[in-house]
Ligand binder design. Structure first.
Ligand code: NAD
Length: 483
């Protein structure tokens, strides 16, 4: 059966098919069922999108902060109004439980609301000069055309986290979403258009040809900034390419979060926290704890509670009542779980819970993996160094603070870390020593539109959200005035 190529490319306010007519199917990861089609954009579409963004830039950067704020505020209201339908689409396309999708849509809207306000706080400074006849002032101006490349795991909030500050700053953008979740991108861009965003300010190229589209975006001298969220391998490669035209770069990459539970902490509370953050989004989150270190004196109590919490998790299709764990994004991700568990088992880890593929709701079991608890994990195991991105909790006992801090920092990554302790001195001392961009102290969700999100080392460059988020989209212009 042939179907019309879908019009999911958005350029200059027009929904279009790919220039060469190519399209691809979009599937439900829980069932493999085709849920839609998207245009498969290539070089010509990307060039047209960049040209549209470039044409729209003078007018958009010339609007007042109040005009840009009004569009973002309207988009925020629309996103909250459409929360249910956006969440249903997200669950179908990405697989996460409906409640998690509802939470993500609210989080996505938070960025629209936050940057609507931040637009009005873009300001410069005056600087004293050594010369009596001179004055200095600074202006903060939009960097220009932005290329935004986004992942599938948070298919709406990762878009607004980039597009909202770009819009607020007066930039124009070309968005390339992940090929697993183009329909969430279409719904988000349509919402921005409905909120009154002028044509050309945000353009969208849906595609499976990531390298081709990426190269056009990165080679273009018109594009002045790359903002990327995804894997470290791709992020490094794109940042290197962006160097040829000296684009501004912010990249939010992979993580390998340590979760440290000190002997004075309540092991039950810590294990409940670990279960919540570990299995969030079926473990497909960059802030997911990958290495859980628990003091030997409370290790057994912690493992027992985590095991109980895992037993209470219900795995299934995201739109089924009571489901807390959805499918993984694809078969390859399940293969990665199998490889990490096989390796850990062979090297002496104990499989306390799970450890295998699952068949649920009569589905064929190609994307479901049982929530898994591995105990007695050691540093030589694959899971101790490779990002898991799935529902496996890996627990290791430790004996002293210096040892655990050294282990926690022994990773190329540096995104999130977690510390459980009731001792204030331990909390501050350890937090200061952890080489990570975000630390949760007795807290599993150190994220908010109002707080700077980002990592160090191989976890990335730059910050999203918070006061810092808009800086990534602004250049500083110094003006020296002789009077
Ligand atoms: P990925 O790197 O495979 O893909 C991310 C995006 O890059 C997608 O849009 C993809 O199509 C695109 N891409 C891939 N190859 C490209 C190329 N050659 N040129 C241009 N674009 C290309 O990552 P993923 O599997 O979609 O996402 C999971 C990763 O994202 C994990 O490592 C996770 O930790 C990370 N992540 C990080 C954050 C953060 O804020 N730090 C947030 C969410 C996810």
């Amino acid at each position: 059966m042939t179907q019309e190529p879908k019009r999911t490319i958005y350029i200059d306010g027009q929904w279009r098919a790919a220039a060469d007519g190519a399209s691809f199917v979009v599937t439900d990861p829980a069932t493999g069922e085709v849920i839609g089609q998207a245009a498969d954009g290539g070089r010509a579409d990307t060039e047209a999108a960049i040209a549209a963004a470039d044409r729209a830039l003078p007018a958009w950067s010339g609007t007042t902060a109040y005009q840009r704020a009004a569009v973002l505020a309207k988009a925020d209201a629309l996103m909250r109004e459409r929360r249910k339908e956006l969440a249903a689409l997200m669950t179908r396309e990405q697989g996460k439980p409906l409640k998690a999708s509802m939470n993500e849509v609210a989080y996505a809207a938070d960025f629209l609301a936050w940057f609507a306000e931040e637009a009005k706080r873009i300001g410069g400074v005056t600087i004293p000069s050594a010369r009596a006849d001179q004055r200095f002032v600074t202006m903060r101006q939009p960097v220009g055309v932005v290329a935004a490349i986004t992942p599938w795991n948070y298919p709406i909030s990762m878009l607004t986290r980039k597009l909202a500050p770009a819009i607020a700053a007066g930039c124009t953008s070309v968005l390339k979403p992940a090929d697993q979740t183009p329909l969430c991108a279409v719904a988000t861009v349509q919402l921005l258009a409905d909120a009154g965003l002028p044509d050309g300010v945000v353009n969208l190229v849906t595609t499976t040809r990531a390298a081709e589209v990426g190269d056009v975006l990165l080679e273009s001298p018109v594009v002045r900034k790359l903002t990327f969220t995804g894997s470290t391998a791709v992020g490094k490669m794109l940042a290197a390419k962006a160097g040829a035209t000296l684009k501004r770069v912010s990249v939010e990459l992979g993580g390998h979060a340590p979760f440290i539970v000190f002997p004075d902490a309540d092991p039950v509370r810590a294990a409940k926290g670990a279960a919540l953050v570990k299995f969030l989004n079926t473990g497909q989150a960059c802030i997911s704890p990958n290495r859980i270190y628990v003091h030997r004196s409370i290790y057994d109590a912690f493992v027992a509670t985590l095991d109980q919490r895992i037993a209470a998790l219900r795995v299934g299709k995201g739109d089924h009542e009571g489901v807390s764990i959805g499918p993984l994004i694809d078969e390859r991700a399940v293969g990665k779980m199998e490889a990490q568990v096989h390796d850990a088992r062979a090297k002496g880890a104990r499989v306390v819970a799970g450890g295998e593929r699952m068949q649920v709701d009569g589905l064929d079991g190609t994307t479901f993996y049982a929530p898994t608890l591995l105990a007695d994990v050691t540093p030589d195991m694959l899971i101790s160094t490779e990002e898991t991105f799935g529902p496996i909790a890996a627990v290791t006992p430790f004996d002293d603070e210096d040892e655990v801090v050294a282990k926690a920092n022994d990773t190329e990554y540096g995104l999130a870390a977690y510390v459980y302790t009731n001792d204030l001195s331990t909390a501050i001392r350890v937090t200061e020593k952890l080489r990570f961009g975000m630390v949760g102290v007795n807290d599993i969700n150190p994220t908010s539109a109002a707080a700077p999100f980002g990592g160090v080392k191989a976890s990335g460059l730059g910050r999203e959200g918070g006061f810092e988020g808009i800086d990534e989209y602004l250049d500083t212009k110094l003006v020296g005035i002789s009077i």
